[in-house]
Design a protein around this ligand. Structure first.
Ligand code: NAP
Length: 274
């Protein structure tokens, strides 16, 4: 098999964990290929992608700030990318046309059910904090999996309303986010609060339903204050690393032809990376 080349594009991109994940799988499955990290400034996006096509790349992942800007450059989009309005995975077809996909929603849901296989997340409402790109992927996944009541709380109220409308959910005021957790079977932090270098998320679990699962899609740090507080009170918790690992699986399959496994060895390898 000829060497398959793939990469993640972003700006900045040097802190991306994607090269570690994909190169781990290339080695594990004995494949001939490589996966790099390529910084492309926003004003050079189209030119940078043309260079990948000319360079014979099989495709690429897309990270901040390009996930929305790549959409109009794609010749086709899968249903998730269309509904979310963002692309995180591109396959370059033999004619050099870009096929756009969004695997974040898949990754979120797969990680959730892998961590909590016995929970029925469709039985109760879900509360999503945030209304950015990641929150859109989370809401799409919840809707697609049959969660009927999706509550969205976001600092900027209009964005919560737009997101809730897209996925048949309900916007709740940011100031009422804690009380809104009363009935929720799932609470998801999809804001950037709690990330390394950002403020912590202020969220008291005093009102939360005792059977709720608390999920934080932030993965740097691996254990956010929200997750620590939830664990200390006996809630089931799910961190953001699983979503990151699971969203990579279908992307890898599109380029390398193998649907790889997320296993303990991969978790072990990535655990200590900043
Ligand atoms: P984004 O589009 O920039 O959205 C950021 C969100 O955080 C918005 O809802 C924003 O509210 C909110 N926010 C920011 N600062 C805030 C503050 N001081 N108080 C209240 N809310 C605040 O970012 P994104 O792409 O959705 O990413 C969000 C997080 O998800 C990041 O930490 C990212 O690392 C993580 N993520 C994880 C994965 C994974 O695989 N685990 C995948 C994608 C993203 P406003 O609308 O009011 O600004």
């Amino acid at each position: 098999m000829a060497e398959v080349k793939a990469a993640v594009i972003g700006y900045p991109v040097e802190h991306s964990l994607s090269p570690l994940i994909h190169n781990f799988w290339i080695d594990s499955y004995g494949l001939s290929g490589s996966y790099g990290a390529i910084a492309i400034e926003p004003e050079n996006l189209e030119q940078g992608i043309k260079a990948l096509v000319a360079g014979g790349y099989a495709g690429f992942n897309v990270t901040l700030p390009h996930k929305i800007a790549v959409v109009p450059l794609c010749a086709s989009l899968d249903e998730a990318a269309r509904a979310i309005g963002a692309v995180n995975t591109v396959k370059i077809d033999p004619e050099g046309a870009l096929q756009g996909y969004n695997t974040d929603a898949y990754g979120f849901w797969q990680a959730l059910v892998a961590a909590c296989p016995d929970r029925d997340f469709t039985a109760r409402p879900a509360l999503v904090l945030g209304a950015g790109g990641a929150a859109r992927a989370v809401c799409y996944a919840l809707g697609a999996q049959g969660v009927k009541n999706i509550l969205v709380a976001n600092r900027t109220r209009e964005k919560a309303e737009t997101l809730a409308e897209s996925f048949d959910g309900w916007a709740v005021p940011w100031a009422e986010r804690e009380i809104a957790a009363r009935e929720a079977g799932l609470i998801v932090n999809a804001t950037s609060l709690g990330m390394k270098g950002k403020q912590a998320l202020k969220f008291s679990l005093n009102y939360a339903h005792a059977g709720a699962t608390v999920c934080d899609i932030v993965y740097a740090p691996r254990q956010t204050q929200l997750l620590k507080a939830a664990q200390a009170r006996g809630f089931a918790t799910v961190g953001g690393l699983g979503m990151l690992l699971h969203q990579a699986r279908p992307a890898f399959e599109k380029w390398f032809g193998v649907l790889p496994e997320v296993n303990a060895a991969l978790y072990e390898k990535i655990k200590e990376k900043p």
